[in-house]
Design a protein around this ligand. Sequence first.
Ligand code: NAG
Ligand code: NAG
Ligand code: NAG
Ligand code: NAG
Ligand code: NAG
Ligand code: NAG
Ligand code: NAG
Ligand code: CU
Length: 341
Amino acid sequence: MKFSLYTGALALAAGATAAALPEASASQASQDVASDYIPGFFSRTCTQAKMTVRKEWRNLTKTQQDHFLDSVQCLMDRPAQSGLTATTSRFSDLQALHRGMTNTASADIIHHVGQFLPWHRYYMHIYETLLREECDYTGPIPWWNEQQDADSGHMWQSSMWGADAFGGNGTGADLCVRDGRFANLTLHIGPGDEDTDYCLRRAWDTEQAVANANSTALDACNAYTTFSPWWNCISNIPHKGVHTYIGGVMADIKSSPGDPVFFMHHMYIDRVWWLWQRQDPINRLYDISGPTLNQTANVEPAGGWQNATLHYELSSFDIMANTTIGEVMNTQGGYLCYGYD
Ligand SMILES: *[C@@H]1O[C@H](CO)[C@@H](O)[C@H](O)[C@H]1NC(C)=O
Ligand SMILES: *[C@@H]1O[C@H](CO)[C@@H](O)[C@H](O)[C@H]1NC(C)=O
Ligand SMILES: *[C@@H]1O[C@H](CO)[C@@H](O)[C@H](O)[C@H]1NC(C)=O
Ligand SMILES: *[C@@H]1O[C@H](CO)[C@@H](O)[C@H](O)[C@H]1NC(C)=O
Ligand SMILES: *[C@@H]1O[C@H](CO)[C@@H](O)[C@H](O)[C@H]1NC(C)=O
Ligand SMILES: *[C@@H]1O[C@H](CO)[C@@H](O)[C@H](O)[C@H]1NC(C)=O
Ligand SMILES: *[C@@H]1O[C@H](CO)[C@@H](O)[C@H](O)[C@H]1NC(C)=O
Ligand SMILES: [Cu+2]
């Protein structure tokens, strides 16, 4: 596929070899919504009363789902404000932000780097903030339980793929999505570095999506107890695999947020991190590591190669104020104040 830039996802042939399963794997954890927080980890302005719970799509009421989709449409209908190249709407500001972070003078600073998960957590927070502040969304932010659907073998069974929601697979020679709330959506940013008009595309590969997202693949990652091998595994398999095998726009590492499903996927990946942190918060809540630049693609900076630390600055071309990795590690830490069901 021409625009499949999320390369290197687990190929079925390679097999999802499961390492020893951790005792309490994330895939087995069942979360009680009412006790959905770590009591000792509320700080500053975040309290149990203020905390919001991001919910699995199927746990939203139909009315909430419709309001959510209306709010995404609202972002598409509002004018761009970022001033970034080729932006046409507030929604496209977010797409341009993501592409810009993969195209800075020092190349991609949000993938294959230690700040990959923290930056995308910040990005999800920006998305949530724009939906609430600019489009008056008041309901729960949805996520997609990919692992559950992968384990069932019916990867695309969720009502989120319906004609009254995000729509289904691409059809026809151009792979355009022709049903759902974003049917025949025209994007202007991408593919990749281009700025052309093209449709929202998908090209589902069920077998490969299942192999990358199921509990065998997830448990193999969750067997790692330190951040460095763990984030690499999550990045390369459940994260990259589902991008690649939803296909089309989602397979484009730079411009993938043009598919509104991007945010359903990254909320899920953020929840995978949140669950992993909660399994051993003393050791994991502030565990961060990994290079801040891809050493293959860059010349060594003056100060030498740096690793991600809690002080590393996360930025968004001023769509929101900068923050640091330290501020986003704890989803109940005050800068953030949410959990998941
Ligand atoms: C999308 O475009 C196709 C092909 O032009 C057209 O047949 C279809 O009616 C359109 N669908 C919607 C929902 O607009
Ligand atoms: C999705 O569409 C692509 C392109 O038409 C097709 O190759 C693939 O088999 C479809 N996948 C499913 C699961 O229907
Ligand atoms: C996950 O997918 C792999 C590859 O298809 C398969 O070998 C494994 O049995 C699956 N695991 C589960 C829990 O279905
Ligand atoms: C680093 O950059 C190279 C060249 O752009 C790319 O092929 C590779 O996938 C990137 N990631 C890693 C982890 O090396
Ligand atoms: C970054 O981390 C790697 C692996 O732990 C280590 O070898 C390297 O010395 C670290 N670099 C700096 C600048 O601390
Ligand atoms: C935000 O962070 C970026 C990257 O570190 C930096 O270039 C920029 O100056 C920062 N902006 C502000 C307002 O501090
Ligand atoms: C969704 O709702 C059900 C029923 O209330 C609950 O058991 C479940 O834990 C919730 N969360 C998820 C992720 O399904
Ligand atoms: Cu990304």
